[in-house]
Design a protein around this ligand. Structure first.
Ligand code: F0G
Length: 433
């Protein structure tokens, strides 16, 4: 089915079913297509300003205050939610693009840059989608908002719902989310449900609750979340002077972000912001890699798995945004791979020790770049941006295990040393180094 990327007439945006093409008004609260159950995507009117004028507008808004315009999401208003007024913004975005020699050497990728989404207000990229989804929740007068989560979406929702004054309900798999994330959701005041089940069970329950109980669902199946998350790509391209990299690598779980990146690149190319499209590299944890397995069969298969990985953020066996992520990978001539937990921990130790730091799932992107460099899929001189999706403090437990408790001691372990309060002890430690 051929569908247009932008609307040619009318000022409003619409929600369009990606499966059957049925169109629903932008202020509809439906979580999925009432005709066929497919997921919606947002389609905006073609912006009034084009080309260089649009770039100038995005550039101008970087430093404007007050209002939400300094936000790295709302700067791209025309491509996110053109009709938004008073968005629920912290603000968010404006995350750095970092260059660290130690990480480049490790990944054997001299041009590697790190887009660090852990610098967002709640410490993950989720804030970019959440500012838009909670703005939409307020626009439609939602009585409550809900999500299922491996921890970051719930932390973000809790913060933005508190900001908007809307009650939040979060479903998390009991005992399977990192301490930093659980603490955030509790502290920001969300009603936190510890579900006896995995993430996939939480998402099923959240979807059912949204259908039956009328709470507004803000998982990434919500198309407005996707609109916000596109701005990771827009901002990265702006930081690079719209000289697109060859590859963008990102960790993949529920596949919302992979879908958002695909849509962002499609739109950026259609609007002439870039003249060639980077290839997406989606990286899964080996124990939770249904999408990587499907890629190996050219997406002729689709088999959910029982997920097991230390990278709890991406411990997902039945990703919800499957079809649109397939489109993102196919259209960008991208690739999907998986990395083991040991590869993730090793890459994380390098990123952490470079002073940058990230949570385990985020390190999958760099581990994936290394693997693809070794396999020759990514070339030596290709320019790569790896997205670090979450902050190092999200999962303190895994740091303690790796550095202090794992036997045999991992190669990069940095064990703290207990000493008596004497100068001799300090001298002893110094001489060991
Ligand atoms: N990295 C981090 C740190 C995440 O928290 C997630 C997803 C991903 C990567 C994968 O993104 O799901 O769009 O493919 N976390 C969700 C959550 C599932 O509930 O916080 P995805």
């Amino acid at each position: 089915m051929a569908t247009s990327l932008f609307l040619s007439e009318g000022a409003a945006s619409v929600q369009r079913c990606a499966k059957c093409g049925a169109v629903t008004p932008e202020l509809s609260a439906a979580a999925e297509c009432t005709a066929c159950g497919g997921l919606f995507e947002i389609v905006h009117a073609m912006p009034d300003v084009h080309g260089a004028a649009l770039l100038a507008l995005f550039g101008l808004r970087c430093g404007l205050k007050p209002s939400a315009e300094p936000s790295g999401v709302w700067r791209y208003l025309e491509l996110v939610m053109p009709s938004a007024e008073n968005p629920v913004s912290h603000p968010e975005g404006n995350t750095p693009l970092l260059e660290r020699g130690a990480v480049q050497t490790y990944a054997r990728s001299a041009g590697l840059l790190l887009k660090h989404e852990g610098h967002n207000p709640t410490g993950s990229f989720k804030d970019r989608g959440m500012t838009v989804a909670v703005t939409q929740a307020r626009r439609i007068g939602a009585r409550a908002v809900a999500c299922a989560s491996t921890g970051n979406t719930s932390a973000s929702l809790a913060a933005y719902a508190a900001h908007a004054g809307i009650p939040a309900l979060v479903f998390v798999p009991r005992g399977q989310i990192a301490l930093g994330k659980l603490s955030q959701s509790i502290a920001y005041g969300a009603r936190t449900l510890l579900v006896n089940g995995d993430f996939d069970a939480c998402l099923r329950l959240a979807r059912e609750s949204s259908r039956e109980l009328g709470v507004y669902l803000v998982n990434s199946i919500n198309p407005w979340r996707v609109e916000g998350q596109k701005t990771i790509v827009f901002e990265m391209l702006q930081q690079l002077g719209y000289d697109a990299p060859d590859w963008i690598a990102l960790p993949a779980g529920n596949l919302g972000n992979t879908s958002a990146f695909g849509k962002a690149l499609r739109e950026a190319f259609a609007l002439g912001l870039i003249t060639r499209v980077p290839r997406l590299l989606a990286v899964q944890a080996a124990g939770a890699a249904p999408f990587a397995s499907a890629f190996a069969t050219h997406f002729s298969t689709h088999e959910p798995v029982h997920a097991e990985t230390l990278a709890t953020a991406i411990k997902i066996g039945d990703p919800a945004s499957w079809d649109r992520a397939v489109r993102a990978i196919t259209e960008t001539n991208g690739a999907v791979t998986s990395v083991s937990d040991d590869e993730i921990l090793d890459a994380k130790a390098v990123i952490d020790a470079s002073g940058v730091g990230c949570e385990p799932a985020s390190a999958a992107s760099v581990a994936g770049v290394l693997q693809m460099r070794m396999r020759g899929v990514i070339g030596e001189h290709e320019r790569v941006v790896a997205v670090l999706t979450g902050h190092v403090l999200k999962d303190p437990g895994i740091i303690q295990r790796y550095h202090q408790e794992t036997e045999p001691r991992p190669a990069r372990a940095n064990r703290p040393v207990e000493i008596d309060a004497t100068l001799a002890e300090v001298e002893r430690v110094l001489s060991e180094r």
